[in-house]
Design a binder for this molecule. Structure first.
Ligand code: 13P
Length: 275
């Protein structure tokens, strides 16, 4: 098991109202013996529904051992911001995580690096765990700008994340891989994740050690194991495949398998050392 733990997070985007949310969690419970996502140390599953389905997800997710989060927040605590939700409100409602700076928000709703940094700061101040998203477009990849673009986006959130090392996470989601079925190869994803780890290390050793870096973009049951077995891939941010219980549980099962194998290897190593 990676010592910082593995997070499998499902970003539902604008899908599943409250009734569908309840159906999803009943179906998810049916996927696992005992009706709960396996509680192996360091493995955490999380679903991020639309805000309207948050309450239903909190009630039913808790029974299945799944944490719940949101997809966005405003950076202020309260005030005249029609249509917005704040971090303290989400925390009060029982949310654990929040996705910030998803590429859809950057591309369709004009979010900037600076705005994302303000949101990360606000979330942490409220005790809500941010998952800051970064990633390049296809054009940027094709002209060799991947590392440069991702570095700029990561640098914007380094200082807020460093306030509480390991509390927040980063998700690398190459935009060309989102919803396209074109997953990054484990080696290509690992290259960017290692660069992100290096940037975290530049801020502090502790931040690099503690921060989970998730991969997102067409993660499915059949490619999850290859991605999650990379050194610097500490989980997955899953879109389409998280909408159905069978799809999400396959990814959680891949993470569970790796965690079990790593725990067994660690046990063997410890026994060898002792004796
Ligand atoms: P897909 O898994 O559907 O490619 O979406 C990824 C994503 O955007 C998760 O935030």
């Amino acid at each position: 098991m990676k010592h910082r733990g593995v997070l499998i997070a499902g970003n539902w985007k604008m899908n599943h109202g409250p009734a569908e949310t309840e159906r999803f969690f009943s179906a998810l419970a049916a996927q696992f013996p005992g009706g709960r996502v396996p509680s192996i140390e360091g493995l955490q599953a999380c679903i991020l529904p639309p805000a309207l389905s948050l309450q239903a997800a909190l009630i039913h997710g808790a029974q299945v051992g799944v944490q719940i989060g949101a997809q966005n927040v405003h950076w202020e605590k309260s005030g005249a911001f029609t249509g917005e939700i704040s971090s303290p409100m989400l925390k009060d409602a029982g949310a654990t995580w929040v996705i910030l700076g998803h590429s859809e928000r950057r591309q369709l709703f004009g979010e900037t690096d600076e705005g994302v940094a303000r949101k990360v700061t606000a979330a942490i101040a409220a005790g809500l765990r941010p998952i800051a998203c970064v990633g390049e477009t296809l054009e940027e990849r094709e002209v060799g700008m991947t590392l440069e673009v991702v570095e700029r986006q990561v640098r914007a959130v380094l200082a807020p994340l460093a306030k509480q090392p390991g509390f927040g996470a980063i998700a690398y989601e190459p935009i060309w891989a989102i919803g396209t079925g074109k997953v990054a190869s484990p080696a290509d994803a690992q290259e960017v994740h290692a660069m992100i780890r290096g940037l975290l290390e530049g801020q502090s050793e502790e931040l690099a050690e503690a921060t989970r870096i998730l991969y997102g973009g067409s993660v499915k049951g059949d490619n999850a194991e290859g991605l999650l077995s990379q050194d610097d891939i500490d989980g997955a941010l899953v879109g389409g495949a998280s909408l159905d219980a069978a799809g999400f549980s396959k990814i959680a099962a891949a993470a569970e398998k790796l965690a079990t194998m790593a725990a067994a290897a660690a046990g063997l190593a410890e026994r060898a050392e002792q004796g």
